[in-house]
Write a protein that binds this ligand. Structure first.
Ligand SMILES: Nc1nc2c(c(=O)[nH]1)N=C([C@H](O)[C@@H](O)CO)CN2
Length: 125
């Protein structure tokens, strides 16, 4: 990694993004939506400490990342959390400038006594 007083390792994070999706193997999970929560970290690599032109067009807009997460997770029914997190990870790795992805997807209403979730780390970290 380049070491300089004018650069740093940058990570874009979206935490606690909640929305409804159709996901799971049970009969009601095929017909009804359920709440899920997505946490995502995108490794943007070494960046200037300050963007040189302060222009939204020259950074990865987190509004776009948020919408991609929602769209990817709500596009189709899938049986497994593992399938969903794989699809989402692949999509986020395609974004410009993204070197690595860490994603966690939690189903919020499966158990009363614990949260159930899956986490994936892929690419460069
Ligand atoms: N490893 C997994 N185990 C289970 C999943 C899953 O996606 N990955 N899903 C279910 C059901 O859909 C669950 O929502 C109901 O218990 C069960 N186990």
């Amino acid at each position: 990694m380049t070491s300089s007083l004018s650069t740093g390792q940058q990570t874009l994070t979206l935490t606690g993004l909640r929305f409804d999706a159709t996901l799971g193997i049970l009969a009601h999970e095929r017909t009804d939506t359920q709440p899920i929560q997505v946490d995502a970290e995108l490794n943007l690599g070494v960046q200037a400490l300050k963007p040189h032109d302060d222009d939204i067009n020259h950074v990865l807009d987190y509004r776009k990342v948020r919408q991609i997460i929602i769209d990817e997770c709500t596009a189709d029914h899938v049986n497994l959390l593992e399938t969903l997190i794989g699809k989402l990870t692949q999509r986020l790795l395609q974004l410009p400038g993204v070197l690595g992805v860490r994603v966690k997807i939690a189903k919020l209403e499966i158990f009363d006594d614990c949260e159930v979730a899956i986490r994936m780390e892929s690419g460069e970290w």
